[in-house]
Design a protein around this ligand. Structure first.
Ligand code: NAG
Ligand code: NAG
Ligand code: NAG
Ligand code: NAG
Ligand code: NAG
Ligand code: NAG
Ligand code: NAG
Ligand code: NAG
Ligand code: NAG
Ligand code: NAG
Length: 593
């Protein structure tokens, strides 16, 4: 049969798809073995069939994703020096320079604060959000290509990562631009489906060569590369083959991928992150129906299966790193906001504890405390058959050198209307199994802090709670130090501004960064071992299902010309280190000089 006929057939609702376990790119096509008779009962389907078609990578893309866009610039661009005119700081928020005659209130340096020697700071990106070059040099599709191309109801604007920021070809200039401001670290993620187009099997040498150059370019500019192995872009093939994170099979595939990366880049990388925000990528399950091979795990249980395997995959990768003699720290990136009980009632205290347990604790207790889930979560997980064996617990416990948290905001927590214990015994309660409720509005009726963009309603500027948050992490999940591995802010309505001069002055984001850095300084002065922080993001990018209009960049990206421009907030962020870091901030303009 011709490929075009297969495509028509594959889109038929009675067909299910799986990929072949030998990872060649073949697809097993199966028609339902049962069909529905006119009286509604299920009967055997006389025309049921199963067959295998063998396809190449391009055909795999065409079948599951469809046509993708390409950028005009499709070869690696050499960097040019950043003009010094772009490095002039904007009019300041609170501190006082330039030019004379202007007056602003004096803000003095707080002598109790400092970022100690060795504190590392930088900016971050993630492969699918910035790279573009979707099919370049042998990249295989990930589930996100399907989300953005096929399950478009998930996305606000129908945006895709096909072209992104074209960082895949423009990374040299992007690294030069952060070096020019003196940023000493850049946190990237590697695209698994570039390295293994099918998630397993044959390694793609072109992709390894690409990341060789990204990492070497960072080093050449004096910027430490920090690397995340998995930032949500699961190779599509593994989802179709065995349900992705829903199957324990992923543990070995992730381990094989991690091994290749650790062996290749080893000690060029000082800080490794295995998986990014498992709470979030696991909550993507169940995936949209009809675009991926069917799975049998009950929908409400799926995210917890995902989490279970994510913990095992992380732990296994940690041990591989150690066995390979990796010297850099290894951890996973957790995420969440600080949880404030709405009232002083014991019910709200109970609900708040459950919120910690069902979010951060779900992943952190196994890794940082005792190899197992927190007790409230364990009760739930056991009830759906998710228990770690004794051997797994010992394998998991202690598998992180530092505590990495993506800590953007904070919220209030309170008990369900029926009370915590009534909820826990009622699976039909909408808050079951967590049985906690939450709000961004506090007991006084005010929002917890200034709102961000309309499409990131989860985020307010709640930096006053950051010191308490950092204390909580240090006390609850002790480690070799805390890194705030992501924090950042989407300036409200930034996407509606049309003039560059208007766009790049972003006062709410600037205040967020200033206040956040002071909050970290307070925590450090109180004895919390914060060892680093990484701002999200190096530049505007695809904010997942919110598209390109929700902007988190410290640089503006013009999606017509692909030019980047520093925003005022970037200078505010760097200024915190000029004032408080024991290590000097050293801008570098030209590589090798
Ligand atoms: C197979 O048939 C059942 C019953 O008619 C239906 O619920 C299910 O969605 C079908 N599966 C596929 C892949 O079409
Ligand atoms: C996978 O490979 C094995 C060994 O070569 C072979 O026996 C088996 O038929 C293959 N399976 C599929 C689905 O192609
Ligand atoms: C429904 O129809 C099917 C096929 O015609 C038949 O085999 C089955 O017995 C019927 N079931 C009922 C409950 O009538
Ligand atoms: C790059 O762009 C040129 C001109 O549009 C095109 O001919 C070429 O096929 C493209 N190459 C890749 C790898 O996309
Ligand atoms: C996204 O695509 C769908 C389907 O093509 C279309 O109905 C919808 O209007 C599009 N939405 C936007 C915001 O462009
Ligand atoms: C909770 O108790 C503390 C200490 O007694 C008090 O300061 C605070 O106002 C109380 N909070 C609420 C929301 O009642
Ligand atoms: C888990 O590891 C920590 C140190 O990382 C150790 O203090 C603790 O006793 C271990 N717990 C168990 C149950 O093995
Ligand atoms: C959660 O809180 C909201 C807002 O107060 C309320 O409307 C909702 O009913 C609560 N949900 C449950 C299940 O208690
Ligand atoms: C973006 O680039 C295009 C093409 O160069 C230009 O016309 C437009 O003015 C730029 N937009 C902004 C906001 O600078
Ligand atoms: C200076 O820092 C200390 C320690 O964090 C803090 O208690 C104090 O309020 C700060 N002073 C000012 C003026 O911000």
């Amino acid at each position: 049969m011709k490929l075009s006929s297969w495509i028509a057939l594959l889109l038929s609702p009675s067909i299910s798809l799986a990929a072949d376990p030998n990872a060649t790119g073949s697809v097993i096509v199966q028609e339902n073995a049962t069909t529905t008779a006119s009286n509604g009962s299920s009967v055997a389907n006389p025309s049921a069939f199963a067959t295998t078609i063998s396809i190449d990578l391009k055909q795999y893309w065409d079948l599951f994703v469809g046509p993708v866009q390409t950028a005009t610039i499709n070869t690696t661009v050499e960097p040019t020096p950043v003009p010094t005119s772009e490095l002039i700081p904007p009019p300041p928020l609170y501190y006082a320079p330039f030019p004379t005659g202007h007056q602003s209130a004096l803000v003095t340096k707080n002598e109790s604060w400092k970022f100690p020697h060795g504190f590392y700071w930088g900016v971050a990106s993630a492969a699918y959000q910035v790279e573009g070059a979707a099919q370049a040099e042998g990249r295989g599709p990930s589930i996100w290509d399907v989300f953005t191309h096929r399950a478009t109801y998930l996305t606000l604007t129908n945006d895709t990562g096909d072209v992104g920021d074209n960082h895949y070809y423009l990374y040299k200039q992007d690294i030069a631009r952060i070096a020019a401001l003196g940023v000493p670290a850049y946190s990237i993620s590697i695209s698994w489906s570039r390295i293994f187009p099918y998630g397993r099997g044959q390694v793609n040498e072109l992709a390894l060569a690409h990341y060789d150059d990204v990492i070497n370019t960072c080093i050449q500019y004096g910027v430490k590369p920090l690397v995340t192995l998995y930032h949500w872009d699961l190779p599509l093939y593994l989802q179709n083959l065995y349900g992705g994170w829903l199957s324990e099979e992923i543990v070995d595939d992730f381990a094989a991928y991690a091994t290749v990366i650790f062996q290749r880049y080893g000690n060029k990388v000082s800080h490794w992150f295995t998986i990014n925000e498992p709470i979030v990528f696991c909550s993507e399950y169940p995936l949209p129906e009809g675009y991926f091979a069917d799975v049998t795990i009950p929908q409400k249980h799926q995210q917890y299966y995902c989490g279970h395997h994510a913990i095992l995959a992380h732990a296994k990768a940690y041990h591989i790193a150690k066995s390979l003699g990796i010297k850099g720290t290894v951890a996973f990136k957790n995420n969440g906001g600080y949880k404030i009980p709405l009232t002083n009632s014991s019910e709200d205290a109970l609900a708040t504890q459950r919120a910690w347990d069902f979010n951060e604790g779900w992943f952190s207790n196994p890794v940082y405390v005792d190899g197992d889930y927190p007790s409230t979560f364990k009760t739930w997980a056991s009830s759906i058959g998710l228990e770690f064996t004794q051997q797994e617990k010992s394998m998991i416990n202690g598998t992180a050198d530092i505590y990495a948290h993506d800590a953007y905001t904070s919220s209030f927590y309170y008990a369900p209307e029926v009370g915590v214990s009534a909820c826990v015994s009622d699976p039909t309660n909408t808050l079951y199994p967590g049985c906690f409720n939450s709000s961004n509005i506090g007991p006084t009726g005010w929002l917890i802090g200034a709102a961000s963009d309309q499409y990131s309603t989860w985020l307010q500027s709640a930096t006053d709670w950051v010191p308490a948050f950092l204390h909580y992490i240090q006390e609850t999940w002790p480690s070799g130090g805390i890194v705030v591995s992501e924090f950042g802010f989407s300036e409200p309505y930034e996407e509606l501004r049309t003039s560059l001069a208007d766009i790049v002055i972003d006062p709410i984001r600037s205040m967020y960064y200033r206040d956040y850095m002071q909050a970290i300084l307070i925590a450090i002065s109180e004895g919390v071992n914060v060892v680093g922080c990484i701002a999200w993001a190096i530049m505007d990018n695809l904010e997942w299902s919110s598209g390109y209009n929700t902007r988190f960049g410290l640089q503006y990206v013009n999606y017509t010309s692909f030019e980047r421009s520093y925003k005022a907030s970037f200078f505010e962020y760097v200024n915190a280190f000029k004032v408080y870091a024991e290590d000097p901030v050293v801008p570098i303009f030209v590589p090798g000089k």
